[in-house]
Design a protein. Structure first.
Length: 258
């Protein structure tokens, strides 16, 4: 078996003629092939690349098929699963607003009462809420004024009520009480002024409407007195002694003697 001779060994030997001719032929063939490609120039190379099949349509078709197979993305739920939407914070009412709402509810209860007992209970509750609307100083002056409401101390009582109204001028209960004392001191005109303000602040008070009816009667204004008492009956249909009082105010409005 002949052992192959490494390439470096051939470098020092003489190459046979047949091998040299074969090498020369292969070299010439490669040269002419390269020369032909070079002769094509850049235009030929571009044409060769243009003639090759492009993979873009295939890729585009594959992309379209992939998109067609996809399902439309589901819309995201704005509210996380298992959580309720945030609620609008409730308005925080002041103590004065809470008392006013409770007073309105009590006045509605007086208006809607079906028995005299229910009417009286709702009426007392409304009066208690009116008193609770007073400040500490105004309530103290009101208590002192009621203690002085007898004839000798009536002017002192009016003075205390005026001082209380200076502290809390929007208190309808103070206006109503001073109107009552003004009527007792033979000042019906002053009483009408106070009652006008009191009824603007608390139009659902049947006591103020009844007191206005008495004041208009003292001013010999029968029709106005009758209208005021009818308004008192709207706010309190079960007004105590309503039948007798309605008959009396009706006679005065018609100008007939009692």
């Amino acid at each position: 078996m002949t052992r192959s001779t490494p390439l470096p060994v051939l470098a020092g030997r003489k190459i046979p003629r047949t091998l040299r001719r074969l090498t020369l032929a292969c070299g010439l063939a490669g040269f002419w092939a390269w020369s032909g490609l070079a002769g094509m120039g850049q235009v030929g190379i571009n044409r060769a690349w243009s003639a090759a099949p492009s993979s873009a349509p295939h890729n585009q078709t594959a992309q379209q098929a992939q998109q067609a197979g996809k399902k439309p993305a589901a819309k995201k739920n704005p509210v996380p699963t298992g959580k309720t939407p945030a609620k609008t914070p409730r308005k925080i009412r002041t103590p004065a607003e809470v008392l006013e709402l409770r007073l309105q509810a009590a006045e509605q209860a007086v208006k809607a009462a079906h028995t005299q007992e229910a009417s009286n209970q709702a009426w007392q509750q409304a009066e208690s809420l009116r008193k609770r609307q007073l400040s500490a100083g105004a309530e103290l002056l009101l208590t002192e004024a009621r203690e002085k409401s007898t004839a000798p101390d009536l002017h002192a009582a009016l003075y205390d009520l005026s001082a209380a109204l200076t502290l809390q001028p929007d208190a309808a209960l103070l206006r109503r009480t001073r109107a009552e004392m003004r009527l007792a001191s033979n000042d019906p005109t002053g009483a009408v002024q106070d009652l006008g303000i009191a009824l603007q602040q608390d139009p659902g008070d049947p006591t103020s409407w009844f007191l206005l009816a008495r004041t208009e009667e003292a001013l010999h204004n029968g029709p106005a007195a009758l209208n005021a008492f009818r308004q008192a009956l709207k706010n309190a249909p079960l007004f105590p002694e309503r039948t007798t009082l309605l008959h009396q105010f009706t006679l005065d409005a018609q100008g007939q003697p009692d």
